[in-house]
Design a protein around this ligand. Structure first.
Ligand code: ZN
Length: 308
C-alpha cells in the first residue's frame, strides 16, 4: 500500500486554453472535465474570471462553473486576476480561487496592469471577500514568474520568499510558485522549494506550477517532489504554450506527470489509461493544435503498476 500521495491538478482548461484563439465549445469543456473526473482527477481549474473581451475563450465561465459544481467529487477552482474577477467567481459559487500575481514587477504590469504592491492590496480584498462567505472560499496565492521572467530575466529568490511570506501572512490558504515562462532548472527549483517548504510549508500547502517551454518541466517537477511538494499543476497533452516563445509547449503534461509520480510510488488516484483517453476530446475540438506527451505515444512500460 502506498503511503505517499500527491494531488495532480488539471489546469489545461485554463492555462492551456487561454492562449488558444479557437473557442473550445462549452459542452466539450464540460465533457473534458467529466472525463478527467471519471479518470480520477478531482482537482481541476475549470476557467478564468477575466473580462471576456480580453480572453473570449472564457466567455462561458459561468456555464462551465455551474456544470462543474454539479459534478459530485470534483473540486473545481478558477483563476482570478483581480477583485472584480473574484467577485464574479464567488457569486458563481466557485469554492477555490487562484489569485495570480507576478513577482516580476514588469510582468505584473503587463499581465494585470498593476504594480505588484497594488496586486497585494487587491489580494487582501479578495481574501476578505472569500473568507467572509457563509461557506468560506479557499484562496490560493499564485506567485507567477517565481523562477524567471521573459521581461526582467532573472528573478531574485529572496524577493519570491519575501512575497510568499506577505501572501501567507495575509491569510492565503495555499501558496503556489509558478515557473510561468519555463525558465527554471531543477537545481534552482530544489533550492527555491526547499526554502519555501522550510519557511512556510508548516503553515500552508505549497503547490508547484511548471511550464515545459525548454524541456525541463518534468525534471523540475521531480526536483519539487524531492523538496516535499505534493501538489502539481499540469495540462492534458501539455496544451497551451507561451506567447513569447512561438511553437513552445505549454504546461507539463498531466499524463506524463501522473506516470512519473506513480512510477515513483507516489499515488495520484488517477487511472493513467483512462486519463490518456481524455486526449481524444482535445484532439477532436482542437485539430490544429499541437499535442504533447510521451506516455500517450509510447504507452507504459511492461509490468507497470500504479501506486496502490
Ligand atoms: Zn502557467
Amino acid at each position: 500500500m502506498a503511503t505517499d500521495s500527491a494531488i495532480v491538478r488539471e489546469v489545461g482548461l485554463r492555462d492551456g486554453l487561454q492562449i488558444i484563439p479557437t473557442f473550445f465549445p462549452t459542452p466539450a469543456k464540460i465533457a473534458w472535465i467529466e472525463a478527467e473526473l471519471a479518470a480520477g482527477v478531482r482537482d481541476i481549474e475549470v476557467c478564468s474570471f477575466v473580462p471576456p473581451k480580453n480572453i473570449p475563450q472564457f466567455a462561458d465561465a459561468l456555464e462551465v462553473t455551474a456544470a462543474s459544481l454539479a459534478m459530485p467529487g470534483l473540486r473545481p477552482s478558477a483563476l482570478v486576476p483581480n477583485l472584480k474577477g473574484a467577485q464574479r467567481a464567488v457569486a458563481a459559487g466557485v469554492p477555490e480561487l487562484h489569485f495570480v500575481l507576478s513577482v516580476s514587477e514588469e510582468h505584473n504590469l503587463r499581465n494585470v496592469q498593476r504594480t505588484t504592491q497594488q496586486s497585494i492590496d487587491e489580494f487582501r480584498a479578495v481574501l476578505e471577500l472569500a473568507h467572509s462567505q457563509p461557506t468560506p472560499v479557499r484562496v490560493s496565492a499564485a506567485l507567477a514568474t517565481a523562477l524567471g521572467c521573459t521581461i526582467a530575466g532573472q528573478v531574485d529568490p529572496g524577493r519570491v520568499i519575501e512575497l510568499a511570506h506577505v501572501v501567507v501572512d495575509a491569510g492565503a490558504d495555499e501558496l503556489s510558485l509558478a515557473d510561468t515562462v519555463g525558465y527554471a532548472n531543477p537545481a534552482q527549483v530544489r533550492a527555491m522549494f526547499d526554502r519555501a517548504q522550510r519557511e512556510l510549508g508548516g503553515r500552508v500547502p505549497i503547490a508547484a506550477h511548471f511550464h515545459d517551454t525548454r524541456g525541463l518541466g518534468l525534471a523540475n517537477a521531480y526536483a519539487a517532489a524531492e523538496a516535499g511538494i505534493r501538489i502539481f499543476d499540469a495540462s492534458l497533452a501539455g496544451l497551451g504554450g507561451c506567447p513569447y516563445a512561438p511553437g513552445a509547449s505549454g504546461n507539463i503534461v498531466t499524463e506524463d506527470l501522473v506516470f512519473m509520480l506513480e512510477s515513483m510510488g507516489i499515488a495520484t488516484g488517477i487511472d493513467l489509461g483512462r486519463l490518456v483517453e481524455v486526449r481524444r476530446i482535445v484532439a477532436e475540438n482542437l485539430p490544429d493544435e499541437a499535442m504533447y506527451g510521451q506516455i500517450a505515444k509510447a504507452g507504459p512500460p511492461k509490468g507497470f503498476a500504479q501506486a496502490a
